[in-house]
Design a protein around this ligand. Structure first.
Ligand code: MG
Length: 248
């Protein structure tokens, strides 16, 4: 069941979203060769707690850290480690917070130093996928319009859409209905209504769409070892335009 939020709830979720937006903005400045995921994770946890929120991922089904930190062929759910980023790495950072009983969730892929052309194009395309998905998150459209727009941008650029992982509704729980695939057909699925809040999160691979999960039961990697990128925003549907809760 898709839970409709009141304007008052969306206002709280916007506050939660701003905390996520700010922490991601500060993380982007810290991502550079030599830095470790553990360092970024510590910074993020301190920032989130000092803002009066708590890191939603920490302890979620036993996840050991406050952020997900997925390097190069890492798709999502990477556990921050003591491994140092190298020049040319890309890293997808996913941040979720809980604030006054509500959740906000966003992610972005950042470059460590100078990256090659394929990595740059993958990152830019994935960001464009997210923007195209958000542009379809309008009252009166259908859920399938979002996935269809994302898929079309990714595949026109020659990249693959991860099928095994999807976006989700968000609110008093981090994961609510509906599931939001990053592929699909226009005018299919539920009609979009005011008060829906959707975490739209294209995960786009340079090579094949298939992914594999490591024995740690978290780390999701591309099956072929190719690069992956991930951008996410939590978006509230209002009568007029989509309201991106997790941007500054
Ligand atoms: Mg999410």
């Amino acid at each position: 069941m898709i839970i409709i939020k009141t304007p008052e709830e969306i206002a709280i979720m916007r506050e939660a979203g701003l905390i996520v937006a700010k922490v991601l903005e500060l993380i982007e400045k810290r991502v550079k060769p030599g830095v470790t995921g553990v360092q970024i994770d510590r910074f993020a946890e301190r920032f989130i707690r000092s803002a009066g929120a708590s890191p939603a991922f920490k302890g979620y089904r036993g996840f050991p850290a406050s952020i997900c930190f997925s390097i190069n062929e890492g798709v999502v759910h990477g556990i921050p480690s003591a491994k140092r980023l190298k020049e040319g790495d890309i890293v997808s950072v996913d941040v979720g917070v809980e604030y006054k009983g509500y959740y906000a969730d966003a992610a972005a892929t950042f470059a460590a130093g100078e990256i090659d052309e394929e990595a740059r194009r993958l990152m830019e395309t994935t960001k464009t996928c997210l923007e195209a998905g958000i542009a379809q998150a309008r009252v009166g459209n259908y859920l399938g319009d979002i996935g269809s727009a994302i898929q079309s941008v990714a595949e026109s650029a020659g990249f693959s859409v991860v099928r095994d992982l999807v976006g989700h509704g968000i609110g008093r729980a981090m994961h609510e209905d509906p599931q939001i695939p990053n592929y699909g057909r226009p005018k299919r699925g539920p009609r979009l209504e005011p008060g829906m809040v959707l975490a739209i999160e294209p995960m786009i691979n340079a090579g094949v769409a298939e992914v594999t999960t490591l024995d740690d039961h978290w780390t999701v990697l591309t099956a072929d070892g190719g690069l992956s990128a991930h951008f996410e925003h939590s978006v509230a549907l209002t009568e007029r335009t989509p309201l991106v809760l997790t941007s500054v």
